[in-house]
Every structure is written in structure tokens, then in C-alpha cells.
Design a protein around this ligand. Structure first.
Ligand code: GLA
Length: 383
């Protein structure tokens, strides 16, 4: 039987860990493997840190982390995807900061997060591999921290509650990257449900799975423009939203009405976007294609004109997807590059992707990458 892409990656992880450091004695070590998905957000952008409502789905691409016990109290991690100079990082069982490649900060912050969840972390060798494009707006950082923390907990014999795991991963990402991200990506990664998007209320963390109609494909198109969350204006936008809600005397913009924020375009986006999420769910439930399309377009226009996180090339890509037959399309993720998400009739997904990306490349000289994704289960142990 042919092995799937994930099975091949798992085999690579096991090969790299089972004899590492033990070549002399040839003792086979027991290897545990966990998987954490990335996510694509269908609608509800830049509202999670305003206590809003979002509609992401966990996707069939993510991060796999394998672990095997060491005899000392070091924790090493090797990336099977990076080149040899940046591939290995080390910390100790308390998550002390380590020198070396910058992604070591994710490891040490994840160790500290696992300890806060109650893990008594032993010495471990970890091996990582990812099927997500980095910096594309598909939550590669959230998938990495969720997978690392779950792996550390699992190796310590504890099984964290998915919501607690998500919040621990959010804290770890904020520590590692220094950007005050919200909780959507991590909740999507730990709570994903096959075949469903997740309506998440980011205030009370309640989650309702929303079925994606069988007739629709979810197409992700990477604009070819990489996005670096650290260098983006993310923190600035967040601070601006908090300032408006404080001025209005609210805990967050979730409580504000449209007429109260008409004079501030960032807040106007947030309030209108929160309202769009339930209208979109309504349209999805009724299979109302015109409604789905117009809400996605309105969401994109609001990110472009009010929240100001799009780019001309991304606007072009959104327009081309609709021109070539998508039901609707919008920028997904934090913005300033990264991916567009489109819903298309399932039978036409390939042709639409090809026509739109060909014309996009011709018009903008960026190289696009399109792939259909399916809604997947949240982070779990696979081996
Ligand atoms: C990034 C952050 C999320 C969220 C989105 C925008 O992905 O990590 O918390 O704010 O941007 O919706």
C-alpha cells in the first residue's frame, strides 16, 4: 500500500530518533509522535484579541513532533526541514533560553508552558517536520508550539485539556515571538473537527462546529509574498483597538456598536467583521452561494479599506479568484502578504486555481501556490 505524506514524515521522524545518540549500544528508543494542524480562517479576522467571534478550520497540513527519552536533562530539537546550520536547538528541562538559531525560543517557551500545565519534563530528543508553508498566514507558529507542548506533556505522561493547551501555546508564542497574538490559531489547532469549521467565541471560548457543505472546496492560495508577523503592524493595530474600547468604557470592542465606532476605521472593521461571522454561518447553513460570496467580499474590503492590512497584489488575487469562478474569496490571517482563502464549487477547484494563479503571476510577477485543504481534527498523538 502506498504511504501517505504524513506516514512518510512519521517514518522519517522515527528513523531520526530511534537510534540517535545510541548508535553504539544500538538500543532502539521508544518514539512518540504528535501532530498539530495549521488553520485557515474563513471569516472573523483581527477580532480574536477583541473578544470577537471567528470561523477558522484546522487543515490537513501541520507540524509533526516526535520525542524519545534521553538519559540527561537536556532537551534537543532537530528540524528535519531546515538546513544543517539552523536545524538543531537545545534547552534544559526547565526551558532555559538557549543560544543558537532563533527558533530555539519556541522550544524553551514551549518547555516553560508544559511545566505550567503540570508536566515534569524529562530529558528528550525531539524531531520536527512541517507540511505548512512558513509565514503564510496558516498558523505555522501556532501549530509548532501546540505540537511541541503536546509532545512535552505526552512524554511526561499528562494529557492537557485542549483549551488549556491552546492558551498555553498562545502564551508561548507571545514569549517566543514578542507579538501579542490572540487565541484563535491555537484554539483552532487543538479543537479542530473533521469536515467542519469552528465558530469560536473568543470571549468565553465556546466552540460550535459548522459543517462545510459537501459541494464546496476550500482553496488556499499563497500570494508568494511572505509575511512576518513580528515585523507587521499587528501590535499597533491591537493597541489602537484597545484604545478605542477603553475610551468608550468597554472591556473590548466586542461590546461596541457600529454607530459608536464610525469615526475610527480600525474599530469599524472589528465591529462589522464580528457581525459578518454569524451572517456567513447562516449563509453556509442555507447553502446560499450569493450570500457567502458577498459576505467574503465585504470582509476583504473591510480588511483592505478599514483595517488596512492588505496589499495591492493580494487584492488582485482576490478579484481574480472571483473572476474565474470562486463563490467568494478574501485575505486570510494577519495580512501584509500570505494567503487568500476562496470557496469554490468542488468540481471546478482545479480550473479556478489554475486560471487565477496564471493570470496573477502574469499581472504581478509573484509566484502563487494554490492548494485545496480539508477540515481536519485537532492536535493529537499519532504514534
Ligand atoms: C494572526 C494571529 C491571530 C489573529 C490573526 C488575525 O494569525 O495569530 O491571533 O489575530 O492574526 O485574525
Amino acid at each position: 500500500m502506498e504511504m501517505s505524506r504524513t506516514d512518510l514524515r512519521i517514518a522519517e521522524i522515527i528513523k531520526s530518533l530511534s537510534v540517535a545518540n545510541q548508535v553504539e549500544s544500538r538500543i532502539q528508543r521508544e518514539v512518540q509522535v504528535v501532530s498539530a494542524p495549521g488553520r485557515v480562517n474563513l471569516i472573523g479576522e483581527h477580532v480574536d484579541y477583541n473578544d470577537g467571534i471567528v470561523l477558522p478550520m484546522a487543515i490537513d497540513r501541520g507540524v509533526l513532533v516526535g520525542s524519545a527519552r534521553r538519559e540527561d536533562d537536556q532537551i534537543t530539537a532537530v528540524s528535519l526541514d531546515l538546513n544543517t546550520e539552523s536545524q538543531r536547538v537545545t534547552t534544559n528541562r526547565y526551558g532555559a533560553e538557549s543560544g543558537g538559531p532563533s527558533w530555539g525560543a519556541f522550544l524553551s517557551a514551549s518547555v516553560r508552558a508544559a511545566i505550567r500545565l503540570g508536566a515534569d519534563v524529562p530529558g528528550l530528543d525531539l524531531a520536527l517536520t512541517s507540511t505548512l508553508p512558513m509565514g503564510a498566514g496558516l498558523s505555522s507558529s501556532a501549530a509548532l508550539t501546540v505540537a511541541l507542548i503536546l509532545s512535552l506533556c505526552s512524554a511526561s505522561g499528562i494529557e492537557p485539556d485542549p483549551r488549556e493547551l491552546a492558551l498555553a501555546a498562545q502564551t508561548a508564542e507571545i514569549e517566543a515571538v514578542g507579538v501579542p497574538v490572540g487565541n484563535m490559531d491555537q484554539l483552532a489547532s487543538t479543537l479542530g473537527v473533521e469536515g467542519h469549521a469552528l465558530r469560536i467565541d473568543c470571549r468565553d471560548l465556546s466552540v460550535t462546529p459548522i459543517a462545510i457543505p459537501d459541494s464546496l472546496a476550500v482553496l488556499v492560495v499563497h500570494s508568494g509574498i511572505s509575511r512576518a508577523l513580528e515585523s507587521s503592524a499587528y501590535a499597533e493595530r491591537r493597541a489602537a483597538c484597545e484604545e478605542v474600547s477603553a475610551r468608550l468604557g468597554y472591556k473590548s470592542l466586542r461590546d461596541a456598536r457600529a454607530d459608536e465606532v464610525a469615526d475610527n476605521r480600525y474599530a469599524k472593521h472589528v465591529v462589522s467583521e464580528i457581525a459578518r461571522v454569524d451572517s456567513f454561518i447562516d449563509a453556509l447553513n442555507k447553502n446560499d452561494l450569493a450570500g457567502i460570496g458577498s459576505i467574503l467580499s465585504a470582509g476583504h474590503a473591510s480588511l483592505r479599506d478599514d483595517f488596512d492590512v492588505s496589499l495591492p497584489a493580494i487584492d488582485t488575487l482576490v478579484d481574480l479568484l472571483v473572476k474565474h469562478g470562486a463563490v467568494g474569496a478574501r485575505l486570510t490571517g494577519a495580512g501584509f502578504g500570505g494567503c487568500v482563502v476562496a470557496l469554490t464549487p468542488i468540481a471546478e477547484v482545479r480550473e479556478i486555481a489554475k486560471a487565477a494563479t496564471d493570470e496573477y503571476e502574469h499581472l504581478t510577477e509573484n509566484k502563487a501556490q494554490a492548494f485545496a485543504v480539508t477540515a481536519s481534527a485537532g492536535a493529537h498523538r499519532v504514534q
